[in-house]
Design a protein around this ligand. Structure first.
Ligand SMILES: *Cc1c(COP(=O)(O)O)cnc(C)c1O
Length: 375
């Protein structure tokens, strides 16, 4: 059994992907060009924002957005304590300080209350200037942007949506990538919309931010590539990845997003009544199910369940075993607010196999394994 079956996806999409890749190679236009531009326009339309600028990966996308906003030394950037390392890694990279805040247990996403406490703790200390808040669409579920946005507005902070896992999710009629003052996504192969290597993008409605990101991702270019007006980086999506993504976006819109939601429904039925908390999408929220993550009562139960499933050949993952504030790379950083939910989740979450090509039989097999363990 595959945790995320990318081979199966390729078999289904092979004729179109092969044709698009071969065509790109024959054109010998590998960097930039019409394929990348057309993809950016398509992505912006899908997400519902004015600008999409593609780049080398999701981590660069986050960094580029912080650079474009002028976040730097002396600034505090608020980051959920329960997320992939990159969400916080980019903050010291631009010279600012990451301040970790807690998440909600049920949604795994940013807690607006904890965010406000963290902002107040930073203000009370008087050393750092609260500048921006990052919220993450963890496992495919958009964060509570209305609540986060209200706190951010009260203290004059920009909101950056980390939609690396969220692409395809919605709140009401608004799609992931359209929340906050700007958003970033990743096209890492295992993300909801993945390419065949690394790739990423930023989304924004703001013309000036988009223009700055376009400059920053090509060595701070001015009028052209050899007129460099600021210090930037080299972070581009290549045309081969754009060719793959164009085919995959069609499949994503047509089948895949529906398929993962159907699979999540099967899991919900098959796992009902067991001593596990199943993932929930609040009213009006729609997930793209980057992961299907259950919660066990405690660490011992989670670890035993994972081992029992492994013995049956069922792959599972723990996303994420350590809260951000416990990462060795952040040792010595001040913890402004307690993050008990993040700590609890690191010890209790377990992600089950999930992808658009998962069939009902496989979901039943996973559920039987879980049931047998608790029997
Ligand atoms: C994957 C991921 C990133 C980083 O994306 P890369 O393309 O791997 O650099 C950032 N944030 C979150 C939440 C992610 O899951």
């Amino acid at each position: 059994m595959e945790f995320r079956d990318l081979k199966r996806q390729y078999q289904v999409l092979k004729p179109q992907i092969d044709a698009a890749v071969l065509d790109t190679m024959a054109s010998a236009g590998f960097i930039g060009g019409t394929r990348v531009q057309a993809l950016e326009e398509r992505l912006a339309r899908y997400v519902g924002v004015k600008h999409c600028v593609t780049c080398g990966n999701g981590t660069d996308a986050l960094q580029l957005m912080l650079m474009a906003w002028g976040v730097g030394p002396g600034d505090a950037v608020f980051v959920p304590d329960f997320t992939f390392f990159a969400s916080g890694e980019v903050v010291p990279y631009v010279g600012a300080v990451p301040v970790f805040y807690d998440v909600c247990r049920e949604t795994f996403n940013a807690s607006a209350e904890s965010l406000e406490q963290a902002i107040q703790a930073v203000l009370a200390e008087g050393k750092l200037k609260p500048k921006a808040v990052i919220a993450v669409d963890l496992y495919g579920l958009p964060a509570d942007y209305p609540a986060i946005g209200a706190v951010a507005e009260k203290y004059g902070l920009k909101v950056l949506e980390d939609a690396a896992q969220g692409f395809g999710g919605c709140v009401g009629l608004n799609r992931a990538g359209s929340f906050g003052d700007g958003a970033c996504t990743s096209f890492f192969p295992a993300k909801p919309l993945g390419c065949y290597g690394d790739g990423g993008a930023v989304f924004t409605d703001d013309d000036e931010t988009a223009a700055l990101v376009r400059s920053l991702c090509v060595h701070g270019k001015g009028g052209d590539k050899y007129d460099n007006v600021r210090i930037g980086m080299n972070s581009r999506l290549d045309a081969l990845q754009a060719a793959v993504l164009d085919v995959k976006l069609t499949a994503f819109e047509r089948d895949e997003l529906m398929a993962v939601n159907r699979a999540a429904g099967w899991y919900g039925e098959a796992l009902a009544g067991l001593p596990l908390a199943l993932p929930v999408a609040p009213e009006g929220f729609y997930s793209s199910w980057a992961q299907y993550t259950v919660r066990a009562a405690d660490r011992q139960t989670r670890d035993a369940l994972q081992a029992a499933l492994k013995a049956r050949g069922i792959p599972t993952m723990v996303y994420y075993p350590k809260p951000m504030h416990s990462q060795t790379a952040f040792r010595g950083a001040r913890q402004y607010v307690p993050c008990p939910n993040a700590e609890h989740l690191c010890g209790t979450v377990l992600s089950l196999p999930m992808h658009p090509y998962l069939d009902q039989e496989t979901v039943q097999t996973v559920a039987e394994g879980v049931r047998a363990h608790f029997a």
